[in-house]
Design a protein around this ligand. Structure first.
Ligand code: ZN
Length: 116
């Protein structure tokens, strides 16, 4: 595979603050754990307002779909301290996340399918 050495920084993107948590997780495939580590999500198994999340490092847990939850807030505010080495989140994904901002007034609600 060819690597672009002069790669531009990831384009800035904006999502709404009130974006649905599960939709956001499904889009980003990242999970900020309580200990401040950012994990890569392997799967999101939705059951209504609950979902079972599985990380690449093999952790599995249940979360509630809440935009006001700790995880939603941490994800929006990027409060994690490091990325999980076992999950091996690729740098491009971290860059993309780093260039993602959450705004009350502008951005996508991620409701219009995979291209929005
Ligand atoms: Zn992990």
């Amino acid at each position: 595979m060819l690597e672009n050495v002069n790669a531009k920084p990831a384009p800035k993107r904006y999502y709404r603050k009130k974006v649905d948590l599960f939709v956001l997780l499904d889009k980003m495939k990242l999970w900020p754990s309580r200990s401040g580590v950012l994990h890569g999500l392997k799967s999101i198994d939705r059951h209504g307002e609950m979902a079972v999340l599985t990380t690449h490092c093999g952790r599995s847990f249940k979360v509630r779909n809440s935009r006001r939850s700790r995880a939603a807030r941490w994800l929006r505010n990027k409060l994690h301290q490091s990325a999980c080495p076992a999950c091996a989140v690729p740098q491009w994904k971290l860059d993309k996340y780093g260039a993602t901002f959450f705004s009350r007034r502008q951005g996508s609600l991620l409701k219009g399918g995979p291209n929005r």
